[in-house]
Design a protein around this ligand. Structure first.
Ligand code: RIB
Length: 297
């Protein structure tokens, strides 16, 4: 089965700082690195490195060859990737001395998808296949409605949360939410994560919810079951792409019909490896590294 991932591709400009810059303050950074990133690209790489067949759909600009090459090197099918004039998406990311980050996204090409392009991509996708989506590209509502009409299974990582997501996105068509605490709170207005997940399930009772809890691991809910997985303690260097890694690894296991506790465990192991090295896509581990770690913990 091929997983179609409609998602962003960004050039990440990562500034290492002692502490995040405050309003009105000027600071000098300790280091600057450029990486391939974007929640979409990161998740395609995590899917591929964990063993899934993945087709990436999205849009790059004139400076986006590096993003396409990164996907190709990771065995992601880029035959449907759209290349246009203008700039690719990019980000400004601060990473502080504790490894936490904050991110500003310039969408660029990521928000220039057209309905015709989406139709062309979904023409080659099959009934029953998984459609993965985040919220860094335009026309997400059209993608979900069209994919659902085709009988695809919708996996949604509602990141980042914005007004479009809260007001116009067809959340009721989502089959699997892969969500973090901030997103769960934004969607439900409930800050206690587990209660927020229960509320989501109450609203969308046919859906499945994988909720990441940072250093507290992850939980999974559906109408019948609840499973919990602890996180693995590692030195935190850079948390960028930890959620993307979890999403890719969890979904690969899920799509292969693996038991949910195993999907959660693999997702948490992989995410812990991601936070222990710098960068976005480059920090996503290979399945062999995840397997090796699983034998040690
Ligand atoms: O989830 C991490 C990603 O978010 C970064 O790679 C950045 O590009 C933003 O999209």
């Amino acid at each position: 089965m091929v997983i179609t991932n409609f998602g962003s591709l960004n050039i990440d400009n990562v500034y290492s700082v002692e502490n995040f810059v405050s309003p009105g303050e000027t600071i000098t950074c300790l280091d600057l690195n450029r990486y391939c990133g974007g929640k979409g690209l990161n998740q395609s790489i995590a899917l591929s490195r964990s063993g899934a067949s993945v087709r990436h759909a999205g849009c790059i600009g004139a400076n986006g060859a590096i993003l396409k090459d990164m996907l190709k090197q990771n065995n992601v099918d880029v035959s449907m990737l759209l290349e246009i004039d203008g700039d690719s998406g990019h980000t400004v990311i601060q990473v502080d001395k504790t490894g936490q980050n904050n991110i500003i996204v310039y969408s660029g090409a990521n928000r220039r998808l057209t309905k015709q392009y989406i139709d062309d991509v979904l023409d080659v996708a099959l009934h029953g296949e998984i459609l993965l989506l985040q919220n860094e590209i335009n026309l997400g509502d059209y993608i979900v409605k069209t994919a659902k009409q085709k009988g695809m299974v919708i996996a949604f990582n509602p990141s980042p949360v914005d007004d479009f997501l809260l007001n116009d996105f067809p959340l009721d068509m989502v089959d699997i939410f892969i969500i973090n605490e901030i997103e769960a709170a934004a969607l439900t207005g409930i800050t206690a994560s587990e209660r927020a997940a229960s509320e989501l399930l109450k609203r969308f009772p046919a859906s499945k919810i994988a909720l990441t809890l940072g250093e507290n691991g992850a939980v999974y809910y559906d109408a019948a079951d609840r499973y919990q997985q602890k996180s693995y303690v590692v030195p935190v260097v850079d948390t960028t792409a930890a959620g993307d890694t979890f999403t890719g690894y969890f979904l690969t296991g899920f799509s292969a019909g693996k038991p949910i506790p195993e999907c959660l465990r693999t997702g948490c192991l992989a995410a812990s490896l991601t936070v222990s090295s710098k960068g976005a896509a480059t920090s996503i581990p290979m399945m062999s590294d995840v397997t090796a770690m699983s034998l040690q913990v």
